[in-house]
Design a binder for this molecule. Sequence first.
Ligand code: DC
Length: 219
Amino acid sequence: MNRHIAIDGPAGAGKSTIAKALAKRKGLIYVDTGAMYRAFGLFLLRNEIDVNDEDAVIKACESADVSIAFENGEQVVLLDGENVNGLIRTEAVGNMASACSAIARVREIMVARQQQLAKEKDVVMDGRDIGTVVLPDAHTKIYLTASTKVRAKRRFDELTEKGVACDLAKIEEDIKERDHRDMNRAASPLRQAEDAVLVDTSDLTIEEVIEKILEISNG
Ligand code: DC
């Protein structure tokens, strides 16, 4: 059986930074499942499909080819064969991803692709439903979180560093809204798996979080 590490948690908890570093240390492949929902969100935006029109979204999801490939060990998200890595990190795409990921059939399609990937490779996979739905038998399950304030500040610093003007209070509001949507949808809401270990990163450095997870996964 493959040795998988599942990392779930709300937006801004540090999942991708931590998962990427862990994958490097353990020689595993890092799979960012949020990028798949984002690529599909981009497809909906490009094709002006109303995310509230569930039938249209499902039809689109059945025809859009969202897949993951690896180039030099880095994940590349392909939308109908096009590398869209550089186009999926905007707020607009993130909001579309959050909205379309609430549709059960969309999740079914994405989850099947994620499970197929994990069948072929040892992975560190991050998302919202990895420990609960995608990889229920993962040998290590982590629920990574941090206070809303800390997550908002991290996002603020990240944007400011990129030279993007932004408002801390507005970012915090957006994070709360996104959490609410991800945690309260009917289809696989974000929650801690019963056998996942909670790691609160609010007062920890990246290195401390990695050490903690390595301890958990080796123990
Ligand atoms: O992790 P992220 O911000 O890139 O994810 C974008 C959206 O996709 C997020 O609002 C929730 C959704 N998502 C999900 O429902 N299940 C996953 N496994 C990963 C992401």
